[in-house]
Design a binder for this molecule. Structure first.
Ligand code: SF4
Length: 333
């Protein structure tokens, strides 16, 4: 490996949508379902996916769900039908199951209150929530959970709790470049206050049929690259900039400052963007041969050194991480 090559990281994950019920109605979302069609991941389904993830050498179990599904009328019936008494207890149970299978949980469960965060924290290597934007956009008119001040407060609370954190912005949903600058500036401020931001995703809109934004233009590569350059100027160097390689060719964005590809999966689809398959690991290595591609864990090395990852993940992290805090070579398939 050429030591002069820029290092670009990625993790190998499985995507576990715990429920697609959500109190919000974002104008670009095809993930959320009405109660009659909503699904709650069963223990059997979770175990099957986790087993597959382990067999395929994944290190991350990414648990997502719609925001505050308990606020949707009828959720308690869905929960009872699935034999679940409390959704956060169930998330904890699923996280424990993931750890038993050798995968590190990363929960992105929407806005939670402090008590629920404290229940999940010990079982998570890191957690996440997209800021998306600080602008008032039409796409969020029916989404109370997308109020930027609430999301910023939430990310600040995760900082107070020292949770290694992933956030990001969604571009192409009606915001301007000035809005993006403001959003990234707010994230930089959170990092300056708490030091817990491990990466910032620059996620381009993937317009979905049947949504309000189905005819919205997909952000062009030049626009994406300008946004990456802007973010790299604003964010401190220790915060990675992530480009999802199932949504765009990451190479131009890596050339201008991005340095992470996020989670890729050979087992599950991206439930939020189900029509956008991830490239294979080998394909990525080939396509990005100008970079030193390294597999990482869902928690970044500096937070492992600080011991900020959940205490119930520590033994597994010690086992999976090499001396540099990235994935140990013995586990690289
Ligand atoms: S994008 Fe997320 S928060 Fe918005 S409606 Fe869909 S699931 Fe809910």
């Amino acid at each position: 490996m050429n030591p002069m090559m820029k290092t670009v990281t990625y993790s190998k994950n499985i995507f576990l949508p715990v429920t697609d019920l959500c109190r919000n109605r974002c104008g670009y979302c095809s993930f959320r379902k009405e109660l009659r069609d909503a699904h709650l991941l069963s223990r059997t389904e979770a175990a099957r996916l986790l087993e597959q993830g382990a067999l395929h050498g994944c290190s991350e179990a990414l648990f997502t769900m719609g925001e505050a599904p308990w606020a949707v009328a009828g959720f308690d019936r869905l929960q009872a039908k699935s034999g679940i008494a409390d959704l956060i207890d169930y998330m904890v149970e699923l996280c424990e199951m993931a750890i038993e299978f050798g995968l590190l949980p990363h929960c992105n469960a929407g806005l939670l209150d402090r008590e629920d965060l404290l229940r999940l924290q010990p079982f998570n290597a890191s957690m996440g929530l997209m800021l998306e934007t600080t602008a008032k956009v039409q796409a969020h008119e029916r989404s109370p959970g997308k109020r930027p001040d609430h999301r910023l407060q939430y990310i600040a609370m995760t900082g107070e709790l020292r949770i290694p954190f992933t956030t990001g912005i969604l571009i192409g949903i009606g915001e301007s470049m000035q809005d993006r600058i403001e959003a990234v500036g707010k994230i930089a401020q959170l990092q300056s206050n708490y030091g817990h931001i491990q990466e910032v995703i620059i996620q381009p809109l993937d317009p979905k049929l049947g949504t309000d934004l189905e005819n919205a233009p997909r952000p062009e590569m030049a626009d994406l690259c300008r946004t990456v350059e802007m973010a790299r100027r604003i964010l401190p160097a220790e915060v990675a900039i992530q480009i999802p390689p199932n949504l765009v060719d990451p190479r131009p964005a890596l050339d201008v400052g991005a340095n992470d590809l996020g989670g890729i999966s050979s087992v599950t689809v991206d439930s939020i963007n189900p029509d956008c398959p991830w490239p294979g690991e080998e394909e990525l290595h080939h396509h990005l041969s100008a970079y030193s591609l390294r597999e990482r864990l869902p928690v970044y090395p500096r937070f492992i050194a600080l011991g900020w990852h959940g205490h119930r993940t520590r033994s597994l992290v010690s086992d999976l991480a090499g001396e540099d805090g990235l994935r140990a070579k013995k586990y690289i398939f």
